[in-house]
Design a protein around this ligand. Structure first.
Ligand SMILES: [Zn+2]
Length: 294
């Protein structure tokens, strides 16, 4: 948060952005074996998608205007909320934080809605932020928010609960942040080594705090590891096919097979039904049944 509405020159310049886009193209090509579509197919997204609570889960207010949805973003911006380092790790606290941020953004800042696309609590709960954010990710698109001045059209913002000038985030928060970034990188075909930045990389702000900013290199590695895992699971789900000689022939009956009314049965006959009715085994204690072991 902070300085979201200030006008400031692009600190990285178009050259870097172009280079990053090229990196993302290369990463996408490697990830998907050269597929033309950069975004991961649905099974990989389903594998990688973390639990994200929706706006109705946390009781969001209706936005003043609905967000504009545009093409895929090329960067993920890490923020801190600069709120207290709460030790309440509950879902209800996370929901209350989301409502408080929305209230601040709409009523104090006068914005259409909460600014960031996602919010992560110190308990590791991930909340949808700006309206249309979740649907946009699923469609490989971007719901434009208000979190990084002059760069909202091409960046996804994640607000991480707390103030990280000197204190460190919780492990739960960092794990949820890595999960979220891996999911977004797969959705958009982005290279985590290039696309994950701190708010201070774009605007004159201390956000996301020296401590969290210093953890971004490790975060990028953790995100890459999660993406590898998701890719391996995706291969298990979608790429493995049996060779033709091992494919099941059912329901075709092999030629030369003896003709019979059942292919597997029969498994129960008339005498089974009679005995079940007669011996009352289901009602009494388990004992040696008459006829067992004969
Ligand atoms: Zn920020």
């Amino acid at each position: 948060m902070g300085s979201h509405e200030q006008e400031s020159p692009h600190p990285m310049g178009l050259t870097r952005r172009g280079a990053v886009r090229a990196g993302a193209l290369a990463a996408g090509a490697v990830l998907l074996g050269g597929a033309a579509d950069l975004a991961a197919p649905a099974p990989a997204l389903a594998v990688a998608a973390p639990k994200v609570y929706t706006r109705s889960d946390w009781g969001a207010r209706r936005p003043k205007r609905y967000a504009t949805v545009t093409g895929a973003p090329d960067h993920i911006v890490v923020h801190h909320t600069a709120t207290g380092n709460s030790t309440d790790y509950s879902k209800s606290h996370a929901a209350a934080l989301s409502r408080a941020i929305q209230r601040h953004h709409m009523d104090s800042n006068g914005w259409d809605d909460t600014g960031q696309q996602f919010t992560i609590s110190r308990g590791g709960h991930i909340m949808e932020g700006r309206n249309r954010s979740l649907a946009a990710v699923r469609d490989g698109r971007h719901a434009i928010g208000a979190h990084t001045a002059n760069h909202n059209s091409h960046t996804v913002g994640i607000e991480n609960e707390g103030l990280y000038t000197s204190a460190a985030p919780t492990k739960a928060l960092m794990a949820a942040l890595a999960d979220t970034c891996a999911w977004l990188c797969l959705a958009y075909g982005l290279d985590p080594a290039e696309c994950i930045v701190g708010h201070r990389d774009y605007n004159a702000t201390s956000c996301p705090g020296d401590r969290l900013y210093g953890m971004l290199p490790d975060l990028r590695k953790n995100v890459a590891a999660r993406m590898r895992t998701a890719r391996e699971r995706m291969e298990l789900l979608t790429l493995a096919e049996l060779p033709e000689e091992h494919l099941p022939s059912y329901p075709a009956v092999p030629t030369g097979e003896r003709a019979a009314p059942y292919y597997h049965g029969p498994a129960l006959g008339e005498r089974d039904a009679v005995r079940a009715a007669d011996d009352g085994a289901a009602d009494g204690p388990e004992e040696d049944l008459p006829g067992e072991g004969a």
